[in-house]
Design a protein around this ligand. Sequence first.
Ligand SMILES: Cc1cc2nc3c(=O)[nH]c(=O)nc-3n(C[C@H](O)[C@H](O)[C@H](O)COP(=O)(O)O)c2cc1C
Length: 360
Amino acid sequence: MIPDAAELQRRARKLLPRNVYDYYAGGSGRERTLRANEKAWRDVWLAPRVLREVSAVDTATRLLGTEFATPLAVAPTGYQGMAHPDAELATAAGAARAGALFVLSTRSSRRIEEVAEVVAAAGGAWWFQVYMMRDRDLTAGLVRRAAAAGAAALVLTADTPVVGRKRRDSGEIAAGQEFLVNLGPLADMSAAAQAADVTFADIGWLSAAAGTRLPVVVKGVLRADDALACREHGAAGVIVSNHGGRQLDGAMPSAFALPGVAGGLRARGDGEVYADGGIRSGEDALTALALGARAVFLGRPALWALACGGADGVRSLLAGLTDDLAHAMALAGAATVAEAAGIAAAMPPWPARIAASGQN
Ligand SMILES: Cc1cc2nc3c(=O)[nH]c(=O)nc-3n(C[C@H](O)[C@H](O)[C@H](O)COP(=O)(O)O)c2cc1C
């Protein structure tokens, strides 16, 4: 059966309190970027190859040196305790059992060390996402703990100097301070607020703060020049992302940005490129791989799967979408993830369209 992310979302909507559902589902501003994200992958047409040997399609991929069974990964999302009592422990276990990478949010509702144990027990690997907080010592403390607990990389979220304003009108979420489980009580909550003065130099700061040589991936990059600057400042890779339409409303969909970022880095010959935002099917994932991503991250679909089925829900979502991806790869004549690169053929003339819309 083809996994249906929309059906999972419908079921989660019935299960979750309205304010929690709206917090997860919503985007910033008028939700223009949120709406465009899913559609943009479907505006890209693929040019499948024929007469290729695809009797054994292999979805395995290597991310920063670690082998995963699937290029589908779980994006960092905060406050998972509102979706399921097992929270990040369940999401992390489900991902590891599916052979997928899990990224733990700074705003995790569970302790970093507990999540690390669950992933290790299932033989998986995880990365730690970092929101640079105003109090750098607080940030450094979290990063050191993640490194000590076995995170394989750090993900610096770069698109959130301030938190996007979300307008769905359903009141405050109940668990806004759940993440304090990792910080302890704070005399001054502003210490944990987003730092608005983060620059490319902080890529090196973060790496040094970890106390070990952990690779840093920058998340939220939409421009080739920024991706190159990240590389020049020591980042191992970038995630092309607009934060699932939750930061700048009007920021371009990831599918628009990915070819430019991947092409820019390829021209320099290095750096890994990943993407997220609106990926809901195996075909969407194949499209992202075709446009140059090495892995794709799922945000909301993993939350819906967690809410509906805990660890097993997350595992079966990832396994189902991976199977769906393998099927699409066979149809596209790509036996490996590497062979999927470059099968995107026709894309709308986006720059022209953007220019034209400016004149209307
Ligand atoms: C409820 C929610 C919470 C999120 N929390 C974080 C976070 O703590 N850190 C982060 O870097 N990104 C966060 N994101 C963004 C995701 O990592 C990812 O970029 C986005 O969800 C991908 O889009 P998708 O939901 O359409 O798959 C969050 C997204 C959602 C929906």
